[in-house]
Design a protein around this ligand. Structure first.
Ligand code: NI
Length: 390
């Protein structure tokens, strides 16, 4: 499969670069979705669209069971690209900084590989191109709109490019791989006034500072040190002038755990702490958890073993590594909530000893030599799983 994929390298890379130049944010993946559909049309592969606004589900095989799904996400991030590449983003303030352009191109590569051996497919392979991975819970919406039904998906596989691993290495683990994650928003309201007369105000700035500090002790004093947990306040907005105490301060941040129970506990305690610290300082705190809480990505042990063996045969056992869990969130979790599956990361580190820029960084780049590898992994996993499930 890898030899076959290598021959498609230029084709896959071309698609990736086209997508990279035209990044689109969540639920706005109109052109991206059109590229996916155009490519599927060229390949003669049928699909259902739109699903979840811009999503596409393509199908290959005899339309019966067993059924395996392969998934890619299509959305970009509101980041201004600074990477020095010839195919740099043409849209100011938007960038494929999480490699979802690579994911979409690799899955189209797999579709072409599998189309070329369609007669060998006994069962159904679904190709899920979803919108809004970056906080919009596009995967949840695809599931709600039936991406996993008719025929019912029995296994699902997904890949994320990973700049921290050498090009072509594959990593994952059985059980929880990525964290449950959600957003927190805290608005501290007091009473504004002249900064020279603090006693006539109720100061939301000093109160917000106390809340930020106090939130740190939830993780350090209330959680088992061997249990991963994160509370990070990442934005603080309040005040306009150096000599005015503002009326309110707004903060946002993220809360993460490896379990939904853990996430709920942290949310509850963050609410309690913020509300009570505010009250002790004669202010009020309104605490909310806007957006979509992502469940943890739970890898099925059988699916991971199968993926590990498959990748080992393709790339050599040294190229396959079992990784510790990562506190990043991923909406692939919405699929693994419903069907067994495995999410793996694929090394896209550049050759040489240059600096590594992580995903969501304006200088992030991916080693494109990994693109045919990703396509081959997708295709092999599907064929192998159909055999295992028969
Ligand atoms: Ni991503």
């Amino acid at each position: 499969m890898l030899t076959h994929a290598a021959k498609l390298s230029d084709w896959i890379t071309g698609i990736r670069r086209e997508l990279h130049q035209h990044p689109e944010l969540m639920y706005e993946e109109v052109k991206t979705s059109a590229v996916v559909r155009r490519t599927l049309d060229e390949l003669g592969i049928s699909y259902k669209s739109p699903m979840a606004v811009t999503g596409v589900v393509a199908t290959l095989g005899d339309g019966k069971g067993p059924c395996v799904a392969l998934r890619a996400d299509m959305d970009a991030l509101p980041i201004h690209e600074e990477a020095d590449v010839a195919f740099r983003s043409k849209i100011d303030g938007k960038m494929h900084a999480c490699g979802h352009d690579c994911h979409t191109a690799m899955l189209l590569g797999a579709a072409r590989l599998l189309k070329e051996r369609e007669s060998e497919i006994h069962g159904t392979i679904k190709f899920i191109f979803q919108p809004a991975e970056e906080g919009g819970a596009g995967g949840d919406r695809m599931c709600a709109e039936g991406a996993l039904n008719n025929p019912d998906v029995q296994r699902i596989f997904g890949i994320h490019v990973w700049p921290y691993l050498p090009m072509g290495a594959v990593g994952s683990r059985p059980g929880v791989f990525l964290a449950a994650a959600g957003e927190i928003e805290i608005t501290v309201t007091g009473k504004g006034g002249h900064a020279a007369l603090p006693h006539t105000t109720l100061d939301p700035v000093s109160t917000a500072a106390k809340i930020i500090c106090e939130l740190q002790t939830i993780v350090s004093r209330e959680i088992d040190p061997l249990e991963p947990a994160v509370i990070s306040i990442t934005t603080v907005h309040g005040g306009e002038a150096f000599n005015v105490i503002p009326q309110s301060v707004r903060m946002t941040g993220t809360i993460r755990s490896l379990t939904m129970d853990g996430l709920r506990f942290l949310q509850e305690r963050a609410r309690d702490v913020a509300t009570h610290v505010a009250k002790a300082n004669r202010c009020e705190a309104a605490v909310g958890f806007p957006g979509h809480d992502y469940p943890p990505v739970l890898n099925d042990a059988t699916c991971w073993n199968s993926a590990r063996e498959m990748a080992g045969e393709m790339l050599g056992t040294n190229a396959v590594v079992e990784l510790p869990p990562v506190m990043g969130g991923e909406d692939f979790a919405f699929y693994t909530q419903r069907v067994p599956g495995v999410f793996v990361v694929l090394g896209v580190k550049q050759d040489g000893d240059g600096p590594v820029y992580g995903v969501h960084h304006p200088l992030f780049t991916a080693n494109e030599k990994a693109l045919p590898v990703g396509a081959a992994l997708h295709a092999s996993y599907a064929m192998r799983s159909l055999e295992e499930l028969r």
